[in-house]
Design a protein around this ligand. Structure first.
Ligand code: AMP
Ligand code: GLY
Length: 424
């Protein structure tokens, strides 16, 4: 089949790498892609928000399957536009993407279908938000309703801080339209895990778990980022926690979405807090995690193209036996531009990626990279590379990943040296 992958990050490089290995993949295009994706796919200069251009390209090339990486184009209706053009698309409708696109929608779904999640309120007026904050305990979490590139969540230690966060969001000052409604919720303690499942509207195909490292600094300190590293599976997963996640969090979500008239198709990424062996939902996303996806793709065995095609056609029940997971542990260490997640320099030259790729059981996935006129790999984003390794245990995988990191010559970059520490 001919496949069009939409996106340009490390997640999309990992998906491209795996799709290109699928026997059933005859041609792979990626819009817009990056310098690493070029090794697995033909990159086409169409941005993820150019919905009409993406549909026209898919028609022109007789694309059999469109795979959408990031959430924004799904929220904006790329899935619906492909469906309207009779093109198979792995990714949700705009209505179903509200699971990620509106935290209020997601929380109300949880309330209606008894899905365990933090207690919450939805507010568009500051005085009501303030009363709620004053009557709830501390710490308390203030969130934008809409998409804010992973930055619209503020954990507040004092009432004053929470009221200020709500004020800044509601006024539009801090997050524009995404903050015109805020969700204020109870702070959950515990250890976080990401769990992924495919869904085709009715059938659920549980995948696997991963643990992300969201803070910029070692020991999970400093500012929140999109993710500085991940490993899979999460060290504390067991059959009981997995059963709770599937039965209490994922199944009622998929059933609830169908009952609400917006069946969910694509990959559901549940962000979960586990405390004393009990799993509670933090949030849903409608895509693979980045960098969780890089670790997960290293462990996936099976023809990813066939599995995603089945997902797009309501046939997931037919491919349940075609997917399996390596028992090994995979780890992804993100290399970011110095300064990230605040301001950072762009267009700096990175050397040594080829040598790093030669380290046994390692693959370097590109995120924010491009090629300059001389063919050098240059940085064009905050998170730039995902050095990913697989090994029989976390220590071995970590050792290989950092061996590869140390072969990369990039003065303007940095990484955390402790990815996987909770598992060690
Ligand atoms: P979200 O965008 O909802 O995933 O939030 C980003 C991060 O904020 C999560 O990964 C958690 O680390 C943290 N977080 C969000 N909501 C809560 C909560 N209710 N209690 C504790 N931590 C939270
Ligand atoms: N790594 C977290 C996310 O993709 O949202």
């Amino acid at each position: 089949m001919k496949i069009l992958l939409v996106g340009s990050g490390g997640r999309e490089h990992a998906l491209a790498w795996k799709l290109a290995q699928s026997d059933s993949c005859e041609a792979l295009y990626c819009a817009p892609g990056n310098a690493g994706i070029e090794d697995s796919a033909i990159c086409v200069p169409i941005k993820v928000d150019q919905i009409e251009e993406l549909v026209n390209f898919a028609k022109e090339k007789s694309i059999d399957l469109v795979v959408v990486g990031p959430e924004n184009p799904l929220v904006d209706g790329l899935g619906d536009a492909m469906n309207a053009a009779n093109i198979n698309v792995f990714g949700s409708s705009a209505k179903a993407a509200q699971l990620e696109g509106s935290k209020g929608f997601m929380k109300d779904l949880c309330a209606k279908y008894n899905i365990p999640t933090a207690k919450y309120g939805r507010f568009t007026e500051l005085d009501k938000a303030q009363k709620f904050i004053e009557s709830a305990g501390l710490p308390i979490v203030v969130k934008t309703d809409g998409l804010a590139a992973g930055k619209g969540v503020i954990i507040c230690e004092t009432e004053g801080q929470a009221i200020e966060a709500a004020r800044d969001m509601l006024s539009g000052d801090s997050f524009g339209a995404a903050g015109h409604e805020v969700i204020i919720e109870e702070f959950l303690e515990g250890e976080e895990v990401s769990f992924f499942a495919l869904a085709d509207g009715k059938t659920i195909l549980p995948l696997t778990s991963a643990q992300d490292h969201k803070r910029v600094g070692e020991g999970d300190t400093g500012l929140n980022t999109g993710g500085m590293g991940a490993y899979s599976p999460a060290h504390f997963m067991n059959d009981d926690i997995e059963r709770q996640i599937i039965e209490n969090l994922i199944e009622p979500t998929i059933a609830g979405m169908a009952a609400e008239g917006c069946p969910f198709t694509g990959v559901l990424f549940a962000g979960i807090m586990v405390k004393d062996g009990v799993a509670t939902l933090l949030e849903h996303n409608v895509r693979f995690g980045d960098p969780e996806c890089q670790a997960i793709m290293m462990r996936l065995q099976g023809d990813l193209a066939q599995i995603l095609l089945a997902g797009s056609q309501g046939r997931l029940d037919e491919v349940k036996d075609q997917i399996s997971w390596s028992d090994d542990v995979a780890i992804c260490v993100v290399m970011a531009a110095k300064g990230y997640p605040a301001a950072y320099e762009k267009n700096t030259i990175i050397k040594g990626i080829d040598q790093a790729n030669k380290v046994k059981d390692v693959h370097v996935f590109h995120a924010g990279t491009a090629k300059d006129g001389d063919g050098n790999i240059i940085s064009v984003g905050g998170r730039v590379l995902g050095v990913t390794a697989i090994g029989s245990n976390i220590a071995k995988a970590q050792e290989q990943a950092y061996r590869a990191v140390d072969l990369i010559n990039w003065d303007q970059g940095f990484c955390r040296r402790d990815i996987g520490w909770r598992a060690l």
